[in-house]
Design a binder for this molecule. Structure first.
Ligand code: ATP
Length: 226
């Protein structure tokens, strides 16, 4: 789960990306993070991943108060967070299998465990038959599913996505969102930053909406719950 308590973030040069932001995303929930370009969505995700530190306020992720954590414990925080990017950031000099295996190899899993877990993840995203292919040979939607398999391969309790359907047509976008729903249904907490209002309007999830770094609606906080 995620708790933001009065979190502000100013970048060098003085730009304030987040302003006294408070919200609670309980364990096992799925929510969308919305707002215009520049509203602070990526900054919020970066604070959760410890790619940035808040200027003030507290961020608690998976029961860890990030403000109190020394830099050497950052890898431990990141191991519990799966991240899906818009441009999926796959490596085109290795196979689908090797891309998905990467987080496990970094975490020191043994050869047999890696094989078992990678195939389980590829099976969940419907790409078991593509494990030997180069990601370049896959469609945009399939590449994004490889990115999702890589994000979930070590079974993190929290899954974040930054514009995961940004380059996809509506049908493929709906498929990708359905995949996130499936992970949520087995208990994974999911937070998805997206511009795609038409896609999420039909989905029964609460929103965290930002405008100029402030919360304009957060379900459950009586500030415009859907
Ligand atoms: N490293 C940085 N240094 C200085 N300013 C930054 C930095 N990162 C983001 N900003 C500024 O902070 C504000 C919020 O940016 P952020 O990327 O969080 O917005 P966003 O809602 O994710 O936008 P988008 O949808 O375009 O990705 C913007 O005005 C941006 O220019």
């Amino acid at each position: 789960m995620i708790i933001f308590d009065q979190v502000s973030k100013s970048y060098e040069g003085g730009h304030q990306a987040l302003r006294e932001l408070s919200f609670h995303l309980p364990k096992g929930e799925m929510r969308f993070l919305t707002g215009h370009s520049g509203a602070g969505k990526s900054t919020l995700l970066k604070l959760i991943m410890m790619m940035e530190r808040p200027t003030s306020g507290q961020v608690i992720v998976n029961d860890r108060n990030l403000g109190k954590l020394p830099a050497r414990r950052v890898p431990e925080v990141r191991r519990d967070i799966g991240v899906v990017f818009q441009n999926h950031q796959l490596l085109f000099d290795r196979s689908v299998f090797d891309n998905v295996a990467l987080p496990l190899i970094i975490a020191g899993y043994g050869h047999r465990d890696v094989g078992r877990r990678v195939r389980a993840a590829l099976d969940k995203v419907g790409l078991l038959d593509k494990e030997r292919k180069n990601p370049m040979a896959l469609s945009g939607g399939e590449q994004q599913r490889v990115g999702i398999a890589r994000a979930v391969v070590n079974k993190p309790p929290l899954l974040l996505a930054d514009e995961p359907t940004g380059n996809l047509d509506p049908e493929l976008s709906a498929e990708i969102m359905h995949l996130f729903e499936q992970f949520n249904q087995v208990g994974v907490t999911v937070l998805i930053a997206t511009h795609d209002i038409s896609l999420i309007a039909r989905m029964p999830y609460r929103l965290i909406s930002l405008r100029e770094g402030r919360l304009i609606s957060a379900a459950g906080d009586n500030l415009g719950a859907r």
